[in-house]
Design a protein around this ligand. Structure first.
Ligand code: PMP
Length: 398
C-alpha cells in the first residue's frame, strides 16, 4: 500500500465551494455576496493609498530581509496595542500588555489557542451561536472541546442576551469564551454597550477567560468606538487575550497581518507569558514575515499616513452603511412588505438577511446572486452597479 492510501478526502470548505460555483457561472449579471472581503464601488479589492505610499517608501529604502524577532516588529506590536487600548493606556504603562505580531487574525487565534491549551488543558472553549466558521475548527484542532453559547435571536434580529447571560453563568470558572468585540461575523448583530456591561460582569463573577476577536475594527462606528468593549473589559481588570486582524482594515488580506495581545496581572507575569508565547511561535513558524507587518507599522507610526488611513477606513465604513440604507430603501421601493429596517442597524461587513436557505437557493439559481445558505450576505460586496439588481432579485424570491 502507498503511504497515503488511507487518507480520506476532507470535506470541502462550503464558502470556497460557493466561490468556485460563482466563478463557473456564465451569467453576466451575477453577483457574489458570499465573500468575506470589502470591495469598493467598482467591485475591486482596494489598495489603500496609505498602504501604497508606505510600500513605495519601503521599496525605496531597499531594506535587507533578515529574520524578524520571534514576536515580530516592535513598532507594529505597539501600534496594535494603541489601536486596542488607546494612546495613554495605564495598562500598557504598567507593563501588563504584551503583543506578538501574528499571521493574520487566524494566526493570532491559533497561537493564543496553543498557549491556552498549555495553561488550561482541561478548559472548554465557548463560541457564539453562530460564529465565524473557523472558530470551532481552530480551537478543536488545538485540542479543546468547543461548545456554543446562545447569541443570535432570529425572531428579533438581535442578541439573545438573556440566553447568553444564563449560559455564561453556568460555565465553570476558567472557561475560555470567544467574543466578537465588534461587527459580529456572520450576523452583523452586536450587543449594546449596556448589554456588554452585563456580559463583562458575568466574566468577572464567574472568572471566565475572555478571548476577544477583533477583525473589523473601524468598520462599525469608528476605530475608537469599536474598541470600547476591549477597553471595558480591560478597565475592569480582567486578564484576557485579544486577536486583532488588519486584513480588512488595511485591505491586506494576503499579507497575513494580525496580532495577539494579552493583558496580564503585572509586568513580571507579562514577561513570563511572552516567553511562553514565543516558544509557541518558534515551534510553529519561527517568526513572522516582514512585508505586511512593516507596511502596517509604517502607517500606524507615521502621522500623515495614519491620518490618511483613518480617512480611507472611514470611506469604507461609510460606503457599507450607505449600501445598507440603499438596500432597505430599494426593497421597500420594490413593494416588499416585510420589515428590513434591522439591516440598517447591523454593523460591519455582514448581514444576516433573514433569507431562508430555500430563498438563497432561488437567488442563486434564478438570479445569479450568491449568498451563504444561512442567509448571510456581504454588504461590502454591494455597489452602485449591482444594488438595484440585487434588491429586485431579493424582492422576487421573498
Ligand atoms: N475572526 C473573524 C471574526 C473573521 O471574520 C476573520 C476573517 N474573516 C478572522 C478572524 C481571520 O482574519 P484573517 O484573515 O486576518 O486571518
Amino acid at each position: 500500500d502507498s503511504l497515503f492510501a488511507s487518507v480520506e478526502l476532507a470535506p470541502r470548505d462550503p464558502i470556497l465551494g460557493l466561490n468556485e460555483q460563482y466563478g463557473a457561472d456564465k451569467r453576466g449579471n451575477k453577483v457574489n455576496l458570499g465573500v468575506g472581503v470589502y470591495y469598493d464601488d467598482q467591485g475591486r479589492i482596494p489598495l489603500l493609498e496609505a498602504v501604497r505610499r508606505a510600500e513605495i517608501k519601503r521599496v525605496e529604502a531597499a531594506a535587507a530581509r533578515g529574520y524578524l524577532p520571534i514576536d515580530g516588529i516592535a513598532g507594529y506590536n505597539k501600534g496594535a496595542q494603541t489601536l486596542l487600548l488607546g494612546q495613554d493606556s495605564p495598562l500598557v504603562a504598567e507593563g501588563r500588555v504584551l503583543t506578538a505580531q501574528a499571521l493574520g487574525g487566524t494566526g493570532a487565534l491559533k497561537i493564543g489557542a496553543d498557549f491556552l491549551k498549555q495553561l488550561l488543558p482541561d478548559s472548554k472553549v465557548a463560541i457564539s451561536d453562530p460564529s465565524w466558521e473557523n472558530h470551532r475548527a481552530l480551537f478543536e484542532r488545538a485540542g479543546f472541546e468547543v461548545v456554543a453559547y446562545p447569541y443570535y435571536d432570529a425572531a428579533t434580529h438581535g442578541v439573545n442576551i438573556e440566553g447568553m447571560l444564563a449560559f455564561l453563568r453556568q460555565l465553570p470558572a476558567r472557561t475560555i469564551v470567544v467574543l466578537h468585540a465588534c461587527c459580529h461575523n456572520p450576523t452583523g448583530v452586536d450587543p449594546s454597550f449596556e448589554q456588554w456591561k452585563q456580559i463583562a460582569q458575568v466574566f468577572q463573577e464567574k472568572q471566565l477567560v475572555p478571548f476577544m476577536d477583533i477583525a473589523y475594527q473601524g468598520f462599525g462606528a469608528g476605530l475608537e468606538e469599536d474598541a470600547a468593549v476591549v477597553r471595558l473589559f480591560a478597565g475592569l481588570g480582567l486578564d484576557m487575550l485579544i486577536s486583532s486582524s488588519f486584513s480588512k482594515s488595511f485591505s491586506l488580506y494576503g499579507e497575513r497581518v494580525g496580532a495577539l495581545t494579552m493583558i496580564s496581572g503585572d509586568r513580571d507575569e507579562s514577561t513570563r507569558v511572552l516567553s511562553q508565547l514565543k516558544r509557541v511561535i518558534r515551534t510553529n513558524y519561527s517568526n513572522p514575515p516582514t512585508h505586511g507587518g512593516t507596511v502596517v507599522s509604517m502607517v500606524l507610526n507615521t502621522p500623515e499616513l495614519y491620518q490618511l488611513w483613518t480617512q480611507e477606513l472611514a470611506t469604507m465604513r461609510d460606503r457599507i452603511r450607505a449600501m445598507r440604507d440603499q438596500l432597505v430603501d430599494k426593497l421597500k421601493a420594490h413593494g416588499v412588505k416585510q420589515d428590513f429596517e434591522f439591516v440598517r442597524k447591523q454593523r460591519g461587513m455582514f448581514s444576516y438577511s433573514g433569507l431562508s436557505a430555500a430563498q438563497v437557493d432561488r437567488l442563486r439559481e434564478e438570479h445569479g446572486v450568491y449568498a451563504i445558505a444561512s442567509g448571510r450576505i456581504c454588504v461590502a460586496a454591494l455597489n452602485s452597479g449591482n444594488i438595484d439588481y440585487v434588491a429586485e432579485a431579493i424582492a422576487k424570491v421573498l
